[in-house]
Design a binder for this molecule. Structure first.
Ligand code: GLN
Length: 515
């Protein structure tokens, strides 16, 4: 394997090539860095690259493969599945010795003194960590335009956003700068950018993946999860990072399904769709949904039916309240989490003439961007004595109702909910910047799963106006393996669809025509 095929290989393909000796981790790592070098000036996916460290990690992985190959097939298959496979981290994952900015000026200059649990697990698994990716400041946003550092473009159309807040991670995988990346999803920030860039992105069940060492946004909603180009790859990455962690009391001991390590593909995956019951909630076809998006999603649902899936329309009547309650709960928790950025403990510090209060005001006033300031104001208002019951307590009650809506679906025996991920394809830069509410509306279909703590995945299901559309599957708690198996089934069913052969058409522009 060489050149373009190395660059475009999935994690599963790389693993096989490393085992057989057909490729080395070092060659892939070099190839990806070369692509990043050529293209990231335009793509803008990366905030920090680990040239030296990643190459050293790749060399170590190659040495382990060589030793195992000499020892025989048992030794080879005992190696961790992501050994030598390159991964990108959203820039809110602490990784010892690297900058962690969370896309904010207030963390400029901060160097992580420790590893997040998921970073430690990736290191232990021998993954090659290429670097850190761009994001909306503190993960607040849906387009990555709120990054304090730079703009990330969508590899499908360089005048459009890659989604957000994990837009750097989604763009990197879609542009073949990495086979895998990590995102976080508080209200849709993995599924929505996956949808807008035509890749797979999963938000696991709340508590499935440790949040220790992840910069917090809204702690009762935040979940870490994988981006990949196939369901099988997403499953491998999820398996590597998931599981109980003594450092995060909300992480669950619910056992991880071994199926994640060996997700069926091809006919076996497609035949698993037969007899599955899918709920199609009518409220997810929200007002303002683009016709091309609705068409692609309905075609995908029809394909599941043709394969023997049973689809029934259902109603989730609280869906329309998810947005309003999210924008009380998330900012409230954010305002508390962001109180720690005081200019004393982390990153940037402005002295304000030696007076402590002025120091806080200067540091926070200059360090936080406009969206973060808006959220802090919304949150502190909702939590203030006179309004706490009217807003925060009320929102928590509605949150319970949203969770009960979903419970009724599982009680009725459905295996998964099928729905659109985003009502729109990737939009042009600036289109939603002057109207915060229009940006918030972009997440109407992803927020409910966060409010209920449920797992959800977005998988590519076609194109509208030559831009990717995502199909969302939402499942009962701890059903990640089931959701990804269904995803792999859908991939198999549509393996020969014409749209699957279309690659991001602005890739050539990323390298100034050289790619
Ligand atoms: N776009 C939503 C927000 O701005 C969700 C972000 C996220 O999931 N991190 O809050």
């Amino acid at each position: 394997m060489s050149g373009e095929s190395l660059r475009r290989a999935t994690a599963t393909e790389l693993r096989a090539a490393f085992q057989s000796g057909a490729a080395t981790s070092r060659a892939v790592t070099d190839e990806l860095f070369a692509a990043i070098e050529r293209e990231d000036g335009v793509l803008g996916a990366w905030l920090h690259l680990r040239h030296e460290e990643a190459r050293a990690e790749a060399d170590r992985a190659d040495a382990r493969y060589a030793t195992a190959r000499a020892a025989g097939p048992a030794a080879l298959s005992a190696l961790p599945p992501l050994l030598g496979v390159p991964v990108a981290l959203k820039d809110l994952v602490n990784l010892t010795g690297t900058p962690t900015t969370a896309g904010s000026r207030i963390l400029e200059g901060y160097i992580s003194p420790y590893d997040a649990t998921i970073a430690a697990r990736l290191r232990e698994a021998g993954a090659v960590i290429l670097g850190k990716t761009n994001m909306d400041e503190f993960a607040m946003g849906s387009s990555t335009e709120f990054s304090a550092y730079k703009k990330t473009v969508n590899p499908w159309a360089t005048d459009r956003v890659p989604g957000g807040s994990s837009g750097g991670s989604s763009a990197a995988v879609a542009a073949f700068h990495a086979p895998l990346s990590i995102g976080t999803d508080t209200g849709g920030s993995i599924r929505q950018p996956a949808s807008l860039t035509g890749i797979v992105g999963m938000k696991p069940t709340y508590g499935r993946v440790s949040r220790y060492g992840i910069v917090a946004f809204a702690s009762s909603l935040d979940q870490v999860g994988p981006f990949a180009r196939t369901a099988q790859d997403a499953a491998l990455l999820l398996h590597t990072i998931a599981g109980a962690d003594a450092h995060d009391a909300t992480s669950s001991r619910s056992p991880l399904d071994a199926v994640l390590l060996n997700l069926p593909s091809g006919d076996a995956a497609a035949s698993a769709i037969r007899g599955k019951r899918f709920a199609l909630p009518k409220e997810y076809f929200v007002a303002g949904m683009e016709a091309g998006v609705e068409r692609a999603v309905r075609d995908a649902v029809a394909a599941l039916e043709v394969a023997g899936g049973i689809v029934e329309e259902v109603s989730l009547p609280t869906t329309e309240h998810a947005l309003a309650t999210y924008y009380i709960v998330a900012p409230a928790e954010a305002s508390a989490n962001l109180a720690r950025y005081d200019g004393v403990r982390y990153g940037a510090s402005k002295h304000g003439g030696g007076d402590l209060l002025n120091g806080y005001l200067e540091t926070r006033g200059r360090g936080f961007g406009p969206e973060v300031r808006r959220r802090i104001m919304l949150g502190t208002y909702a939590l203030s004595a006179g309004y706490y019951d009217a807003y925060y307590v009320k929102a928590q009650k509605v949150r319970t109702l949203i969770a009960r809506d979903f419970d009724r679906i599982w009680a009725a025996g459905f295996d998964a909910i099928v729905a659109p991920t985003s009502p729109q394809v990737a939009w042009k830069f600036g289109a939603k910047m002057s109207d915060p509410v229009s940006m918030y509306l972009a997440d109407a279909c992803t927020l409910p799963a966060n409010m209920a703590g449920l797992p959800g995945v977005s998988i590519p299901c076609g194109l509208s106006e030559n831009l990717p559309v995502g199909l969302q599957l939402i499942g009962k708690p701890w059903s990640e393996a089931e959701l990804l198996s269904i995803s792999a089934g859908y991939e198999a069913l549509t393996a020969t669809a014409a749209w699957r052969a279309v690659a991001p058409h602005d890739l050539a522009k990323l390298g100034g025509g050289a790619a």
